[in-house]
Ligand binder design. Structure first.
Ligand code: MBD
Ligand code: FE
Length: 250
């Protein structure tokens, strides 16, 4: 079955590649190296990492030009469906290492009305920069991943730990490419959030921390200052107020 959308996009993609090949007189050797590179990325399980690191932030930017909601961010390669539902907003187990963080706020529509019953799906690295299932085996490790609902008044409160900056795996092909581009493999510390509710556009975003040294040089070019928050000192824990604004579905 022919697919006009695919045909039109691929035509333009080939045209762009042809332009690049001519402009830079790409050699046959370089061509074969590129194919071998993609093949190696696939063999080492880095396809998602490679594409998300190189391209996803441009896709997100192109799709959020007129957004009135919370700024959108890349999903990244570490989201897992079916994270556990968490009780009382407790994302971090009592024995989880790291500084305690209370992330709370209200889910609202673009006119400011609270939205109750929104699903808030959080995932993050731990205080050593490790993601459950990817850096911490086994594949079913759901550490620091969890879902909750916003309350009657749209409010939510997440009890977790402050994540550390994250080095994306840099010993494989993605790391080699970053190095060739003169880019380091670090992402600023961040929490991921996917917020959904019937009648609203799904929101994929991330929360960063003010003063993080990697905000301006994020390896995946996603971090933005308007999503970087002060870790307010509350004695035995830190606190961030984070409003979640969902746009109406079209
Ligand atoms: C990450 O943790 C991440 O969030 C993204 C977007 C890419 C690589 C690693
Ligand atoms: Fe991440």
């Amino acid at each position: 079955m022919s697919n006009p959308r695919v045909a039109r996009l691929m035509e333009d993609l080939f045209q762009a590649i042809n332009g690049l090949v001519e402009k830079h007189q790409v050699t046959h050797e370089e061509y074969r190296a590129a194919v071998a590179f993609v093949n190696e990325a696939a063999e080492k399980g880095e396809t998602m990492l490679l594409f998300d690191a190189m391209l996803e932030s441009d896709i997100v930017a192109a799709n959020s030009v007129e957004s009135r909601g919370t700024p959108r961010q890349v999903l990244g390669p570490y989201y897992l469906e079916d994270a556990p539902w968490i009780e009382d907003g407790q994302l971090a187990k009592p024995e989880e290492e790291g500084e305690r963080l209370l992330l709370s706020g209200t889910v609202r529509d673009v006119d400011g009305s609270p939205i109750s019953g929104a699903v808030l799906d959080f995932w993050q690295a731990d205080a050593k920069g490790r993601y459950g299932a990817f850096d911490l085996p086994p594949r079913t490790n759901m550490n620091l991943r969890g879902r909750m609902h916003s309350g009657e008044d749209g409010r939510y409160a997440l009890h977790t730990v402050v994540p550390a900056p994250y080095t994306i795996p840099h010993k494989g092909p993605t790391g080699r490419l970053l190095e060739a581009l003169g880019r380091h493999p670090w992402r600023p510390a961040h929490l991921h959030l996917l917020a959904t509710h019937d009648g609203y556009k799904p929101l994929i975003t991330q929360i960063y921390f003010k003063g993080d040294q990697y905000i301006e040089s994020d390896a995946v070019r996603a971090a933005r200052n308007d999503l970087a928050f002060d870790l307010q000192d509350e004695g035995d824990h830190k606190r961030i107020d984070f409003e979640v604004v969902l746009e109406d579905a079209v």
